[in-house]
Design a protein around this ligand. Structure first.
Ligand SMILES: [Zn+2]
Length: 355
């Protein structure tokens, strides 16, 4: 097939062909033109999504497939799964579902994360071994819970000592995996960043110092802004822990400044919806819109959910030989991301979806 339109990110009129599911940049005789006009961009990327987490905890595999299908129909064709309690490898074999880069199971400690979702380590010193185990079954990412409420003190607190983090992150890197961590507060960040973590999820506790350090080291940030919007509701439900509740409200109140400072510092920021559990699947466009409220311009916010995120994850965009995973919008999605909600064409592995 043949597509003609404005190709993103270049922003120039151009043409693409699709042969055997792959993008071709040379004319293909006899190709049928399926799109003429509009904006052609690499399929959206949800850099923080949970396929296999349901409202009540672990989902069944058919439920997980349904979640991935909802994301796909909303334009997400590549998912970095940021921790799942079930083995979703069978979904990777399905050519009708988005590509999934799995991080295995969350690594946490007893009573220091949502029950039933993560692997709960009795001793922090077990982390390096657990990281190696998750790296062996994942797709190049390992997910740590960096901080969570400590009910004995009634506030957010780090889960891991700094020396354990150094060893654990080195073990992941030696196994060829990158590491990311869920972090809401400030206290866990210096140790994680100094240990060489590759990405921070949420990052609401970032300060000028930790932002400077992340920028210097090239540590990425996936702020999941539409999840941060739920912090006041989390605080409302945490009446037994007033310090924690106040802390969550304060983190929420300054999130635009916090993430805005990270944008300004040039940190690599990627769009993640945090779908699964509290956030519905299929809401990535809402996150793109939210990123525009913290200082990213229209092209940056779109890049954070498409080509820039693909580069970061090592997955090709609209280049010759790459799988044809792409969207065509009727109007410029850099000017209005809502154009992504009703694409003129969605191609997954070179096949037209939803028509
Ligand atoms: Zn998450």
């Amino acid at each position: 097939m043949h597509l003609r339109g404005v190709l993103l990110p270049a922003g120039e009129p151009g043409e693409l062909w699709v042969v055997d599911g792959l993008i071709c940049t040379e004319p293909v005789p006899g190709a049928i033109t399926v799109v003429d006009g509009g904006y052609v961009l690499p399929g959206l990327v949800d850099a923080h999504c949970h396929v296999g987490v349901g409202p009540q905890g672990p989902a069944s595999l058919p439920e997980a497939a349904e979640q991935a299908a909802i994301d796909r129909d909303a334009g997400t064709l590549l998912i970095r799964d940021c921790g799942s309690p079930i083995d979703t490898r069978p979904l990777q074999a399905r050519d009708d579902l988005p590509r999934i880069i799995r991080a295995g199971r969350h690594l946490a400690r007893p009573k220091r994360y949502i029950p039933t979702l993560g692997v709960e380590l009795d001793e922090p010193a077990l982390l390096p071994q657990a990281v190696q185990e998750q790296a062996a079954v994942g797709d190049g990412w390992v997910k740590l819970i960096g901080d969570w409420i400590d009910r004995s003190t009634g506030d957010l607190a780090p889960l891991w000592p700094d020396d354990v983090l150094v060893e654990a992150i080195a073990a992941a890197h030696a196994a060829g995996a990158r590491v990311t961590a869920h972090v809401f507060g400030a206290d866990a960040l210096p140790g994680l960043i100094a240990a060489g973590i590759d990405c921070i999820e949420h990052g609401t506790g970032l300060s000028a110092d930790t932002i400077t350090e992340m920028a210097a080291r090239g540590t990425a940030l996936v702020p999941t802004l539409i999840n941060i919007e739920t912090f006041p509701a989390i605080a409302d439900r945490a009446g037994k822990y007033p310090r924690y509740a106040a802390h969550m409200r304060a983190l929420h109140a300054r999130v635009r400044d916090t993430v805005g400072a990270a944008v300004e510092a040039g940190i690599g920021i990627y769009a993640g919806s945090d779908a699964g559990g509290g956030i519905a699947h299929g809401r990535l466009v809402d996150e793109i819109i939210a990123l525009r409220t913290v200082g990213m311009d229209g092209a940056q916010a779109l890049a954070a959910a498409s080509w820039a995120s693909r580069d970061w994850l090592g997955v090709a965009g609209l280049v010759a030989g790459a799988p044809a995973d792409l969207l065509v919008t009727r109007s410029d999605p850099r000017l209005d991301p809502n154009a992504l909600r009703d694409p003129a064409l969605l191609l997954l592995r070179g096949r037209i979806r939803g028509q």
